[in-house]
Design a protein around this ligand. Structure first.
Ligand code: OSB
Ligand code: MG
Length: 371
């Protein structure tokens, strides 16, 4: 039995090295929300709500997420006791949407469970892989030489594959330049919903020549039908990101053959339990999944890493040591990439990483507390 007596949500602003430009705009500043649940025994469970400041990737924002945590979720959780993750989720099963807020409290409760059972998140989630292959996105930049420099520094970091952000007008040229210089490196491209089938069908089909590992979310999030048309006309694996907000979205995408792969982001789906259902369903239908990223702190990465050790995660993860994008992080030890381009999944009980309380305090710009 775990009794929750307090919820805290901290907005953490980690200093970034550079911005990260995508089809939906530039991420110049990153704020993440760290959720802390405190039990009557004084045990602390940490989770992360992964959102952007503005509703440009999905509908959620830092502000909307904080509101839902404080005014909607906390009153349903604080002062209550739960035996299982199912009981915990049932306490707010009437709350729809707002996936990052829900994922923040759910992940914090998983952390409490891991401590109660003295097991790793990996074991709790049924993880089987010891190491996860990783790559990370190269944002949209101003020139091809700048792009090639960025790719070079990503490869020097030790990544297994390169993900390139594309949009109409920034696709053929950068992909051609990367392919010419690195004929054999696995590459994928992420369109972040900036294309449409009426205008770009031939262009998207022509990406076959780059032999991409996958083409991620070229079309609008709600456009399952055109993703299905596109997947039928191209040999490139279409992988969905923004489109998959729930188990039912995954069922729809698979039934329509709108993709041959999908990524899993806990904060976009709203629940690790639901993410695991998607993982299992995709496996039964021969659709491989991979771990997406939203520039999380080390807390969010700990959950991503553990979940990505499940068997149907068959493509490289969007994951890196914090040093690629940030000047600092709030967890220790940092992640390291092995010579085979992978990161090891911790087996230690709990998160597998320690939270540096001084740094958490230093980078927290706003806190809400519900007792
Ligand atoms: O579309 O995958 C995305 C970052 C924030 C929001 C959405 C996305 C991203 C990334 C992160 O692409 C890239 C990465 O972690 O490699
Ligand atoms: Mg994406």
């Amino acid at each position: 039995m775990i009794k929750i007596v307090r919820l805290e949500a901290m907005v953490v602003a980690l200093p970034m090295l550079d911005g990260f430009k995508t089809g939906f705009g530039n991420i110049a500043r990153k704020q993440q929300i760290i959720v802390k649940l405190v039990t009557d025994q004084g045990v602390l469970g940490y989770g992360e709500s992964s959102t952007l400041e503005e509703p440009v990737y999905n509908h959620e924002t830092t502000a909307s997420c904080l509101y839902v945590l404080e005014d909607v979720l906390a009153p349903r959780i604080v002062g209550k006791s739960f035996d299982t993750i199912e009981e915990f989720i049932a306490a707010y099963s009437d709350v729809i949407g707002n996936p990052a807020a829900r994922a923040g409290v759910e992940s914090a409760f998983w952390h409490l469970l891991a401590q109660e059972k003295n097991t790793s998140l990996k074991e709790l989630f049924g993880g089987t892989q010891t190491n996860i292959k990783v790559g990370e996105g190269v944002g949209i930049v101003d020139s091809i030489p700048e792009l090639l420099d960025k790719v070079q520094s990503h490869l020097a970091f030790g990544f297994s594959r390169i993900k390139v952000k594309i949009k109409p007008g920034w696709d053929i040229e950068p992909l051609t330049a990367i392919r010419q210089r690195w004929p054999d490196v696995p590459i994928m491209a992420d369109g972040n919903s900036t294309y449409n089938l009426d205008g770009h069908a031939d262009l998207l089909k022509s990406f076959e020549k780059f032999e991409l590992e996958m083409l991620e979310q070229p079309l609008a999030a709600d456009n399952f039908l055109d993703h299905a048309k596109l997947q039928a006309m191209t040999s490139t694996i279409i992988s969905l990101d923004e489109s998959i907000e729930s188990f039912n979205d995954a069922r729809t995408a698979i039934a329509l053959q709108a993709c041959r792969s999908m990524n899993i982001k806990i904060g976009r789906i709203g629940s690790i339990v639901e993410a695991m259902k998607i993982h299992d369903y995709a496996a039964e239908h021969n659709v491989g999944v991979w771990c997406g990223g939203m520039l999380e702190t080390g807390v969010g990465r700990a959950f991503n890493l553990a979940l990505a050790s499940k068997p149907n995660y068959i493509h490289a993860a969007d994951m890196s040591p914090y040093q690629l994008y940030f000047k600092d992080d709030i967890t220790e030890p940092g992640l390291t990439i092995a010579t085979d381009g992978s990161i090891e999944v911790p087996d230690e009980p709990g998160l597998g990483f320690a939270i540096n309380q001084d740094k958490l305090k230093k980078y927290t710009v706003k806190t809400i507390i519900v007792n």
